[in-house]
Design a protein around this ligand. Structure first.
Ligand SMILES: [Cu+2]
Length: 387
C-alpha cells in the first residue's frame, strides 16, 4: 500500500497544471493500475506457493514411498497414532510379580588395564510391560544391553557381533574416536572390533547408530557404560544402581502377536510405554533396596530415543546431583528433580534415614502413567504404595 500511495503522489506532481477533474481521474487511474498490478502479483505468488507446496508434497510422498518397502517389511503401521498405553491382560499383576527384573545393580569392575566387552546383536521378542510382547532388535539379553563398568583410564576393547537380519553398529558416547571408522555398520553374520580409552568419567549411553537411528534405538539397541573415576574421587556409596530410561512406540497392543515399531508415533513422540531398564514398572513389583542411612547412587542414562527424563525420588531430596553425569565438575546439592536429556546421563546420590517406600519417577507424569516408575524400599518395609 505504501508503494501505491507513493506512486499516486508522484503522478499528481507530474500532472500539475491540468484541470482538477483530469488530475483526480488520472490519480484514480494510477491507483487502479497499481492495485491491479499488486493483485496480479499476489495471484502469481499464490500460484507459485501452491506449486511449491505440491512439489514438496510429491517429494515427501516419493520419500515415503521409497521408505515404504522397508517399513512395511518391518511391519510399521504408517499413519496410525492409536495409543496402546496401559494395555494389559487380565493377569497383568500376576505376570508383573513373576517377571524377573532386569538387574539394576552396578556390576563389578574388570581388573587390569583392558576391559573386554563383547556385544551380540539379535532380533528377539521381548516384553516391555506385563503381557506386552515386542519384536525388538537388541543385545543378546534384551533391552537395555549389558551395563559396562570400567575405571577411568581403562582401555575398552569392544567386539560387536551381528546376529541380526540387517546391518547394525555401536556408538559409545564415552569414546573420543572417529565415528566413520569405529561406529561403522557391521553386516549380518560379521564381527567388528575396536578399542577406545575411557578417559572421561561419568555414565554414558551406547547405542546402535545405523540409519534410521531413531528406529534402531527405539527397537532396543541401547545401554549404559559407567566410567568410574579413580578410587577415592567420588564420595563413598553403599549401593549403586544403573537405570536406563527409554520409550517404546508400538504398532499394536502386543497382547497377541508381538507389536512392532511405529515410525509415525516415534516422529510424533507419542510412546505407548516408557520404562526404566526396558520393562514398565518392574521395580514397583520388585523394588530396589537400601538400608536406612545408606548412600544410594543412581547412575541414570536416558536412551530416549526422543524424550527426556526428569528424575525425582518421592519423599526425599537428592543429596548430590552430577548433572549430565559431569563427574569432573562439582555436584549440585539438595535438589528435587534433575533433567536427564535423551542421549545424556546423570549421577545422583540419595541418603534416606527413614524406613519407607520411596518411588522414583520421571516427574513428567505422562511417563509415570506409561511405566517409567519404580520404588526404593528403604529398611525392608512391608506393604505397597497407596499412590
Ligand atoms: Cu541397529
Amino acid at each position: 500500500m505504501s508503494t501505491a500511495s507513493y506512486t499516486s503522489h508522484a503522478s499528481a506532481r507530474k500532472d500539475e497544471g491540468l484541470s482538477p477533474l483530469v488530475g483526480i481521474v488520472s490519480i484514480l487511474l494510477g491507483v487502479l493500475v497499481v492495485v491491479l498490478g499488486f493483485l496480479a502479483f499476489a495471484m502469481w505468488a499464490d500460484s507459485h506457493h501452491a506449486r511449491d507446496a505440491a512439489r514438496a508434497a510429491a517429494a515427501s510422498a516419493h520419500t515415503a514411498a521409497a521408505k515404504a518397502p522397508a517399513s512395511a517389511a518391518m511391519g510399521s503401521n504408517l499413519g496410525d497414532l492409536t495409543s496402546y498405553a496401559g494395555a494389559a491382560p487380565a493377569n497383568a499383576a500376576e505376570l508383573a510379580a513373576a517377571h524377573q527384573p532386569h538387574p539394576a545393580t552396578l556390576p563389578a569392575l574388570q581388573a587390569g588395564p583392558v576391559a573386554h566387552v563383547h556385544l551380540v546383536l539379535k532380533d528377539v521378542t521381548i516384553q516391555v510391560a506385563p503381557g506386552i510382547k515386542y519384536a525388538a532388535w537388541t543385545w543378546a539379553d534384551g533391552a537395555p544391553g549389558p551395563v559396562i563398568h570400567v575405571r577411568q583410564g581403562q582401555t575398552v576393547d569392544v567386539t560387536l557381533t551381528n546376529k541380526g537380519a540387517i546391518p547394525h553398529s555401536v556408538d559409545f558416547h564415552a569414546a573420543r574416536v572417529a565415528p566413520n571408522m569405529d561406529f561403522r555398520d557391521v553386516n549380518p553374520g560379521s564381527s567388528f572390533h575396536f578399542r577406545f580409552t575411557a578417559n572421561d568419567p561419568g555414565v554414558f549411553m551406547y547405542h546402535c547408530g545405523t540409519k534410521p537411528v531413531l528406529m534402531h534405538i527405539a527397537n532396543g539397541m541401547y545401554g549404559a557404560i559407567v566410567v568410574e573415576p579413580k578410587a577415592g574421587v567420588l564420595p563413598h556409596a553403599d549401593r549403586n544402581y544403573v537405570l536406563v530410561a527409554s520409550e517404546w512406540y508400538l504398532s499394536s497392543d502386543g497382547l497377541g502377536k508381538p507389536a512392532q515399531f511405529n515410525m509415525t508415533k516415534a516422529h510424533a513422540r507419542q510412546p505407548d510405554w516408557m520404562t526404566f531398564n526396558g520393562y514398565a514398572g518392574q521395580y514397583v513389583a520388585h523394588p530396589l533396596t537400601a538400608k536406612p542411612g545408606q548412600t544410594v547412587r543412581f547412575w541414570i542414562v536416558d536412551a530416549g530415543p526422543s524424550i527426556d527424563t526428569d528424575f525425582h525420588i518421592v519423599g526425599t531430596i537428592l543429596n548430590r546431583a552430577w548433572v549430565d553425569a559431569g563427574l569432573n565438575s562439582k555436584p549440585l546439592h539438595d535438589v528435587q528433580t534433575v533433567g536427564v536429556p535423551a542421549g545424556g546421563g546423570g549421577v545422583f546420590d540419595v541418603k534416606i534415614d527413614k524406613p519407607g517406600l520411596y518411588p522414583f519417577v520421571s516427574h513428567a507424569f505422562a511417563a509415570v502413567d506409561e511405566g517409567q516408575v519404580g520404588v526404593l524400599n528403604v529398611g525392608n518395609v512391608q506393604g505397597t504404595m497407596s499412590h
